[in-house]
Design a protein around this ligand. Structure first.
Ligand code: 7PM
Length: 277
């Protein structure tokens, strides 16, 4: 299995880690933008040294209750960072956005993939990705970040609902001219889901893998570990790594993580056990 990025080909016979690079304003700990880009580059170097195969750059937090960010503000944040990362590191850069204009500019700045929590449903997004020749991760979200966790509910078993959604978005992307080998899929843990919903989705990883495309999963530091284990955000990395190993054992290919080193360890163990069968 592989994912064809804009120029690189990501070999997924071994699972890979997508390192998270947040460039939302609260992540800029110090003053001016120049310092901030340098700070982001230093952080990215740690993730690359720890084994990240992709760096996912996001300028708009999609956390529950997060405020929307306007297009120019998002461009101003992510484009300088994408230019800095793609020129310094020999790893793929992904842009975490739903805005077509940000996708296009990110591709021109060196991003090879779009990670879209709205599965390219914004008008213009499908064409933007097709024309840019970028890869895309199509993720399921119910509703919008501002309200999605208020009372998540589904009229049918959630695994069936999301399986059908991902299959439908895959078909739409192909119809728009995005090549099959450039498309990854993601059930969207935490995006309009209760704990029970998230556990059902993680337990059904094999079913989503059966869609035949690289399966990307993000559980890193998510509230499900608060609900299940009573852990604060800064204490959730071990549980996140354990979960990464469990879903890779069930067929996941790419794990999105804040803490790359131990996620790499988890994936290496899961992969070694799978290969020892
Ligand atoms: C709720 C909790 C919403 C945490 C968002 C988050 C994913 C992503 C994020 C994911 C893909 C956060 C995340 N999560 N992209 N972006 N899959 N493809 O860490 O699971 O804030 S944001």
């Amino acid at each position: 299995m592989f994912l064809q990025l804009k120029t690189r080909r990501l070999d997924l016979d071994a699972p890979k880690v997508m390192g998270i690079i947040n460039v939302t304003p609260d992540s800029f700990s110090d003053g001016g933008r120049h310092q901030s880009v340098d700070a982001v580059v230093d952080h990215a170097r740690c993730l690359v040294d720890a084994g990240a195969a992709i760096l996912d750059v996001g300028g708009e937090s999609t956390r529950p209750g997060a405020a929307r960010v306007d297009e120019q503000a998002e461009l101003d944040r992510v484009i300088p960072v994408i230019e800095a990362l793609s020129s310094r590191f020999d790893v793929a850069v992904s842009v975490d956005t739903s805005k077509p204009a940000v996708m296009v500019a990110a591709g021109q700045a060196g991003a090879e993939m779009v990670n879209d929590v709205r599965a390219l449903q914004v008008p213009g997004a499908l064409d933007a990705v097709a024309k840019a020749g970028m890869a895309a991760c199509l993720m399921h979200m119910q509703g919008e970040p501002q309200t999605m966790q208020a009372a998540p509910s589904y009229g049918r078993p959630i695994v069936d609902e999301i399986f059908d959604f991902l299959a439908q978005r895959l078909q739409r992307a192909l119809a728009a001219g995005i090549a099959l080998d450039r498309i990854a899929l993601d059930p969207g843990i935490g995006f309009g889901k209760t704990l029970a919903h998230n556990l059902a989705l993680l337990a059904a990883t094999e079913r989503f893998a059966a869609l035949g495309r690289p399966l990307l999963l993000g559980v890193s530091r998510k509230s499900m570990f608060g609900q299940l284990l009573g852990l604060a955000v800064d204490a959730r990395d071990p549980a996140s790594a354990v979960t990464a190993a469990l879903v890779v054992a069930r067929g996941a290919h790419i794990i999105r993580s804040h803490e790359v080193a131990h996620t790499v360890h988890a994936l290496t163990i899961a992969s070694a056990l799978r290969n020892a069968r």
